[in-house]
Design a protein around this ligand. Structure first.
Ligand code: GUN
Length: 286
């Protein structure tokens, strides 16, 4: 079997077209959807993510504000800016790019963002709402994964879903979303014993660990749907290319559906950020 690839760029392009239409409807009502993005420091990967988020806004008819601070900025300066953006009725979404430099208490920053503008879905109030099955904003990466599964008509109710990785950004919200769709969910992590025992049981396998090519074909059930959330930069002596957490060459011979890296989950994350921003702006006219 050779797995079919789920094209995140193509699905994103369809969804972003629909978002642009919704943005135009809002503009006709006098509301320009607006996302504010805060970047602290010079982490090159974060700078690329922020650039792509801002470019996604522009192309979709969403206004963006980008604030960049030096790595040694006092946290109070950023907190004051968040307070200003919270109070600005023309701003519908606020995102602080993670990770933050060590002088920051990351949780305190996320809690400072108004839950009504928390388009990342990281505020404790929004995490709780998701856990209760009443989400206000669904975290963008797992939301994008759900859209990819939906677009391929993957049957979720009763499926064995195994997630490798337990981060607040991906693993934990992914578990909540799959559970809400009646999957039987297992979350594995760095301390799991016999990882392959779990992954081989998965009808749906989500890899979100940040270790290049760690999921190999012998760890995958024949016919499984494999979602690769990893974005890893290989060292220069290995070509310096981007690669996922899934070893594409061996897994594509076993899985039925597979997301590529790049061009899989990555573009979907930004598409869902734009979706959450528009949704937030639309709530202003309801
Ligand atoms: N860093 C890595 N992923 C994310 C994300 O989805 N949102 C934010 N704000 N920072 C991140």
């Amino acid at each position: 079997m050779t797995a079919k690839l789920i094209d995140g760029n193509a699905l994103s392009s369809t969804l972003r077209g629909q978002l642009a239409d919704r943005a135009a409807v809002l503009k006709a009502k006098g509301i320009t959807p607006c996302l504010a993005v805060i970047l602290v420091g010079e982490d090159p990967a974060s700078a690329v993510y922020v650039r792509n988020k801002v470019a996604g806004c522009e192309k979709t008819g969403i206004r963006s504000i980008k604030d960049v601070y030096p790595a040694d900025v006092e946290p109070i300066v950023v907190l004051a800016r968040i307070a200003e953006l919270n109070a600005d009725p023309d701003v519908h979404g606020i995102l602080v790019q993670l990770p933050l430099p060590p002088q920051f208490d990351e949780d305190a920053v996320l809690e400072a963002i108004s839950p009504e503008k928390d388009v990342d879905g990281f505020h404790a109030e929004n995490v709780g709402a998701l856990m209760q099955g009443k989400p206000r904003f669904i975290p963008c990466t797992p939301y994008g994964v759900m859209k990819m599964l939906e677009s391929e008509g993957v049957k979720l109710a009763g499926a064995e879903a195994v997630i490798v990785g337990r981060s607040n950004i991906v693993g934990k919200p992914m578990a909540m979303l799959l559970l809400a769709q009646s999957c039987t969910v297992t979350v594995c992590h760095s301390r799991s014993r016999d990882l392959a025992f779990h992954t081989k049981r998965a009808d749906i396998l989500v890899a979100a660990v940040g270790r290049p090519r760690m999921i190999t074909g012998d760890m995958v059930k024949p016919g499984a749907v494999v979602i690769d959330v990893g974005i890893n930069r290989l060292p220069a002596d290995q070509g310096g290319k981007l690669c996922g957490d899934v070893d594409m060459d061996s897994v594509k011979e076993v899985a039925s559906l597979l997301t590529p890296v790049p061009g899989g989950v990555g573009p979907m994350t930004i598409t869902m950020l734009l979706t959450n921003t528009l949704e937030s702006a639309e709530r202003c006219v309801r």
